[in-house]
Design a protein around this ligand. Sequence first.
Ligand SMILES: *[C@@H]1O[C@H](CO)[C@@H](O)[C@H](O)[C@H]1NC(C)=O
Ligand SMILES: *[C@@H]1O[C@H](CO)[C@@H](O)[C@H](O)[C@H]1NC(C)=O
Ligand SMILES: *[C@@H]1O[C@H](CO)[C@@H](O)[C@H](O)[C@H]1NC(C)=O
Length: 430
Amino acid sequence: MRRVVITGLGAVTPLGVGITHTWPRLLRSKSGVLSTHALGPKFSALPSQVAGLVPAGRKDDGGWTADEWVVTAGERRRMALFAQYGMAASEMAMRDAGWVPWREGDLAATGVCLGSGIGSFEDVYETSVAFEKGGYHKVSPLFVPRLLINLAAGHVSMRYGLRGPNHAVTTACTTGAHCIGDAARLISYGDADVMIAGGAESCIHPLAIAGFARARSLATDWNDRPSEASRPFDKDRAGFVIGEGAGVMVLEELEHAKARGARVYAELKGYGLSSDAYHMTAPRADGDGPLLAMKAALRNASITPEAVDYVNAHATSTKLGDAAENRAIKNLLLGEHGKRNASAINISSTKGAIGHLLGAAGAVEAIFSVLAIHENTLPPTLNLDTIDAEEGFDCNYVPNEAQQHKVDVALTNSFGFGGTNASLCFSRYQ
Ligand SMILES: *[C@@H]1O[C@H](CO)[C@@H](O)[C@H](O)[C@H]1NC(C)=O
Ligand SMILES: *[C@@H]1O[C@H](CO)[C@@H](O)[C@H](O)[C@H]1NC(C)=O
Ligand SMILES: *[C@@H]1O[C@H](CO)[C@@H](O)[C@H](O)[C@H]1NC(C)=O
């Protein structure tokens, strides 16, 4: 059996550009959620005026400056922002892994699987408006390539000359997890030895926020206190906070990684996928059926529920979603005979600090889960001030402060509109 390990990590998040900026800030309980007022009057007219924004600034300070990553003006014109974030995260992950191949065989054995939930909202909007006003001649020849979701993967392949699989997934908020899971399968089945895998999103656009607000998904009560708006598992949680960024990991076949003496962060042990087959946006009402995706991931990993040390929950800070996931995790992890006490189950939702990165969320959260194992640290759930006891929230949710604890096995969940669920199981490499 071909085992898959993680050898490189890269991220662009509201907490900073680069893992070396994002992770320490997460552990110091910093928030990347800000007011959207500075973005203009269209934003200020919306019911939800907060977002997880990638900070502007220089690379060395953990800020985003496009031309430090997408060097030529021509490239910047060809790449929408989500693709630029994906490119930056891929570059960081590849350098972190020490894998920037140039030999023909290595290039053919390396692929990319990088998706996005929505792609470039901005381009659709601007071009629609321009077309309506000015007609055909107002449509840029770069419109279609900037729009297409798989072009983030395409640009990464082109920049590095990678000739293996060139793939992208788009399954709403499950995109990032599906990209990583599918990429691992491609390695298992021998389609590639190394995969650059993850998700990217940049849809901090007034129309996107309007759409999610109309779907009644967003937090609207915290416009004057942005850093408190995303509060998974808290009694006062009232919707998610939209966020942007990208997360990418280098997945590598174990023998390949060993042969080149690569550092191994963790092993990707299991991947599970399932569907609710129930409703466009709401979780199943019965909710108490254990999550099929988590069960499948553990089955694939040959790991028992009792061995799971940490769950990075999807929990987006919505009333129904957090409660349904909590029930499912408890059902699964408490064990058939209640062998475990709920307070010994460790769950956190890092969305408290960065908001919901939609198509990038699963990838960024997979990175946090891998780091939890690598550094034996549970990242905190920000803004968890009042536990909702009535809803059965009696696990350890790592409220507000990180905890040091040995983590050998971590699960991370992602659920998306359309009822699509996935779970990834990582373990310490032995
Ligand atoms: C999918 O996730 C939702 C949200 O937590 C959960 O209610 C549902 O049971 C899950 N479904 C499956 C099939 O795993
Ligand atoms: C888990 O999935 C991998 C493919 O990624 C496969 O090679 C392996 O046999 C599966 N293991 C089990 C126990 O299902
Ligand atoms: C959860 O974390 C606490 C403290 O960090 C620890 O004592 C406990 O054993 C952990 N539970 C599991 C199942 O690992």
